[in-house]
Design a protein around this ligand. Structure first.
Ligand code: GLN
Length: 338
């Protein structure tokens, strides 16, 4: 009797164990499936907004982008990936590079030095505005997310010349986006450096004020090149995940201190969408950084990174349909950090 009881016992324990594993796997598949369906649905729902904006054309080559494109890539902290729409299209990360260069500049020089040269306040002005550089009482660019601040930050990257500085920045970008294939779009870089006259004027002004200490042209070259780094929605989604994980790579290696990760995420909330940051925080509520190439990199702390691509921009230079898509996703999955 005892033997029989024992066998029945063993069988039922195994039965329960396998039922549990089986159910768990089924649940995961179902969740993944629902997530992909949700992303697909939201991309198609929001694609219509691409008609209301325009692709950037002030930088040669950017106007070649497909205005109707819209895609999304989600990377969760537990290693799952979901995507929909034009998630595989390549685009230049433009201003999204400003968070990468800020991280490296702080690693190179320390927080105190960097923020002695650039502020932490939203400017309320367009990203390429010059006016506050001279009229405001503070003698430094308002924040590192507008062009003036980002050029000042680019001047702080260490290296013996602009080539070495940019290669260090590119290597760092490859590390934290976990994408070894990341590279420069040379045509866009040339286009930017041939036409970025406002950026030249701001950089020279900053040199005159002593904010830029080194060579101005080197700072500009690094800045134009970092803006011309090319990736996909997956690249910026992984970047978002890196920050969502507080500056720790997927393999567990810590690259940023928690404090640094916090600074970057906070500046994304307050300044990442330029003079739309306040409205974006209310509508979406997720730390994000946009670029005129059409990308938005979003960080859901402790949960996931989101990369959105939609090159049709609103008047302030942010992806129009991308913003709507993120607002919907934030609502659907309750991602609003506030
Ligand atoms: N390279 C662009 C510029 O300097 C970056 C601006 C942006 O993405 N908002 O104008």
């Amino acid at each position: 009797i005892r033997d029989r009881f024992c066998i029945i016992n063993i069988i039922s324990v195994y039965y329960l164990k396998y039922m549990f594993i089986y159910r768990f796997i089924l649940e995961q598949i179902k969740r993944g499936y629902l997530m992909e369906e949700l992303l697909k649905e939201l991309v198609e729902k929001n694609r219509k907004f691409t008609a209301d904006g325009n692709v950037a054309n002030y930088i040669p080559e950017l106007d070649k982008a497909d205005k109707n494109a819209l895609g999304i890539y989600v990377t969760t902290l537990d290693g799952q990936e979901f995507f929909a729409g034009d998630y595989n299209t390549k685009f230049t990360i433009q201003s999204i590079s400003k968070i990468i260069s800020l991280m490296l500049a702080i690693l190179d020089n320390g927080e105190e030095y960097v923020f002695s040269k650039v502020g932490m306040e939203p400017s309320g002005d367009p990203f390429n505005s010059i006016r506050k550089l001279e009229t405001s009482s503070r003698k430094k660019p308002y924040n590192p997310m507008i062009n003036a601040g980002a050029i000042a930050v680019a001047s702080m990257i260490k290296g013996k010349d602009d080539r070495e500085k940019f290669l260090r920045l590119l290597d760092f970008a490859k590390l934290i986006t976990e994408d070894d294939t990341l590279d420069l779009n040379y045509k866009i870089y040339i286009g930017e450096s041939d036409t970025g006259f406002r950026n030249y004027s701001m950089a020279y002004f900053l040199k005159g004020e002593g904010i830029i200490e080194g060579n101005v042209n080197e700072a500009l070259t690094v800045y134009f090149k970092q803006c011309s780094i090319e990736g996909t929605a997956k690249t910026i989604s992984t970047l978002g995940k890196f920050l969502a994980n507080d500056g720790v790579l997927s393999n567990g290696e810590r690259i940023l201190t928690t404090r640094m990760a916090k600074i970057i995420k906070t500046l994304m909330v307050t300044c990442g969408m330029y003079d739309s940051s306040g409205e974006f925080a209310v509508r979406v509520g997720i730390p994000s950084k946009s670029g005129v190439g059409g990308g938005i990199c979003s960080v859901v702390p402790g949960k996931m990174g989101i990369g959105v691509y939609g090159p049709s921009l609103d008047k302030k230079g942010n992806s129009l349909a991308g913003g709507h898509l993120l607002a919907d996703l934030s609502e659907e999955l309750s991602l609003n950090i506030f």
